[in-house]
Structure formats: C-alpha cells, structure tokens
Design a protein around this ligand. Structure first.
Ligand SMILES: Nc1ncnc2c1ncn2[C@@H]1O[C@H](COP(=O)(O)OP(=O)(O)OP(=O)(O)O)[C@@H](O)[C@H]1O
Length: 268
C-alpha cells in the first residue's frame, strides 16, 4: 500500500474516541505486529510446527487478507494475533501492548475492548435478538452504547428493520451482518475475521466484504481476515500468502484473477 493511499483513507475516516483522522494517520501507524512468531503443537512424534518464524505488521487503516493452502498456518496465525492462542515463541503486539506480557484477565479485557471478531459460524446467541447480540460485548463490559454510532453502523449494514429478530429468523447473510455490527459497535482498534464469508453465497459474501471494506475506508478501522476465496481477498489492500508456516508472498491490491493465479502457482 502506498503512503498516498493510506493518507487518502485516513482523511476519509470517522474520528474515533477523540482521535482525529489526522492523528490517526500520524500516530496510529501499526495496529498489530507479529515478530518472529512460532507455534508448535504437541510434542515428540506428534509435534507440528504450525508457524516457523512469521513477522508481519498491520498498518492502522489497512485491510489485509491472509491466504494459503489448507494447513499452512492461517488460523493459527490469526488466533495468535488476536490473543485467542499463545505463540510458542516471538512476540505479538496490538497497538503498543505486547500480548506475551498480559495475564489472563488483562488479555480478556484487551480482547473485549480492542479487538472485534467475525467468525465463519457467526457465533450469535440464539436466544437473543439481533440488537441484543450486537450490544452483548458492550453490555458484558459495562460500556455505554454510543447510540449515534450504533445507528450509523446498523443503517450501513441494512439491519434497521431486523433488530428485533432472533438469529433463526435471519438469513445467513443477515446473521453475518449482525456479527459484523457486533464487531463494529465497540469501535475496536482491529477486527479479525476467520473465513467470514465461508458459509455465504456470493451475494451475501460481497455484502459482508463491502462492510469490512467500509469499516476501513469510512470508519478508519483495521481489518485482517483469513479466507480461501480469491474474490473475497480482492477486497483487501494486500494479500499475504502463507505456506508451510511461513510467509511466501505479499500482493498489493490484487484482483481476484491475480490471487487465483498465485494460488494455483502455490499449489503446483
Ligand atoms: N490444536 C492443534 N493441535 C495440533 N495441531 C494443530 C492444532 N491446530 C492446528 N494444528 C496443525 O497446525 C497446522 C496449521 O493449522 P491451521 O489450522 O493454522 O491451518 P490453516 O491454514 O488455517 O488450515 P485450513 O485452511 O485448513 O483451515 C496444521 O498442520 C494443523 O494440523
């Protein structure tokens, strides 16, 4: 991503938590960083080296897609970045916070307050309405809802008429939009998506990707997703490819065809 493009995006972003777009561009350059991250599962004969020294930075206001063959370490990397799993070696930072220094309580608080998640399986609470699902993380944290921001997000996601519905009364695409709203309303520094379009048809998939794109372009957030879908990846500013636990390539603003061609190359 060129600096010009970043500055353009930062100037369009909505101020958050008192930050101005200018300050966003000037100070919050790196939203997350992995430095020489390793991850080993098991021991002895069953040892699996899932990550073999991954170093990667995520600029604030940037949209990154992580791709690679099955078993290449994508989910492991995302889980380590998001504090859902511990790295075996190396460091992971969210903003200025080194995750390896946090105890369980502080880690839970960081995940709750500074990270948004969108999962393939939506992870909505079936007994709660869409509105209750969206505000649940804030309710648990005892944080006040920013009603204006809530209305902006809900309007942008086309959920205004669906807030009273339970997940079973919503389509898959609508459920994933509720999950996106849940990730956005708390204004987290960074949103992680683990195959957020994995269960969706191409239309719903496009809707969800356009929302994540808007989270970056209009709301100034940072988004990192894991995906197998070249079309989904083409919404990102850059696509990072993993193979066998290592980063093997990065493409800047690729088309779906570029991504597809590189994946074929990687498979062969
Ligand atoms: N809990 C675990 N215990 C042991 N091995 C694991 C565990 N989780 C992942 N692995 C192994 O680590 C490697 C990387 O797995 P990971 O799920 O990160 O890959 P991935 O690229 O996300 O794959 P996929 O695209 O199939 O979801 C694989 O060899 C996998 O079998």
């Amino acid at each position: 991503m060129t600096p010009t493009r970043f500055e353009e995006k930062a100037s369009m972003s909505v101020p958050q938590d008192g930050r101005t777009p200018g300050a966003h561009a000037a100070t919050a350059q790196i939203a997350a960083r992995a430095t020489d991250v390793t991850k080993v599962y098991g021991s002895g004969d069953t040892t699996v080296e899932a990550l073999k020294g991954v170093s990667l930075s995520f600029a604030a206001g940037e949209f990154t897609a992580i791709m690679g063959p099955s078993g290449s370490g994508k989910s492991t990397l995302m889980h380590c970045l998001a504090g859902l799993d511990d790295a075996t070696g190396g460091t992971v930072t969210i903003g200025d916070t080194d995750l390896t220094t946090l105890n369980d309580k502080d880690m839970t608080r960081l995940r709750r307050d500074r990270i948004g998640f969108v999962f393939q399986s939506y992870n909505l609470v079936p007994t709660l309405t869409a509105r209750e699902n969206i505000t649940l993380p804030l309710d648990i944290a005892g944080r006040e809802l920013d009603q204006e921001w809530f209305d902006t997000v809900i309007g942008r996601l086309g959920l205004t008429q669906r807030l009273g519905h339970r997940p079973s009364e919503l389509s898959g695409g609508q459920q994933q939009r509720v999950a996106c709203a849940r990730a956005l309303v708390g204004k987290p520094q960074i949103i992680f998506g683990d195959e957020p379009t994995g269960n969706l048809d191409s239309r719903s998939s496009g809707e969800v990707m356009s929302i994540l794109r808007a989270a970056v372009d209009e709301f100034g957030q940072t988004v990192v997703i894991v995906t197998h879908d070249p079309r989904a990846a083409s919404w990102a500013d850059r696509v990072v490819f993993l193979a066998d636990g290592r980063i093997v390539q990065e493409l800047q603003s690729p088309s779906a065809d570029d991504v597809y061609a590189y994946m074929k190359n990687l498979d062969s």
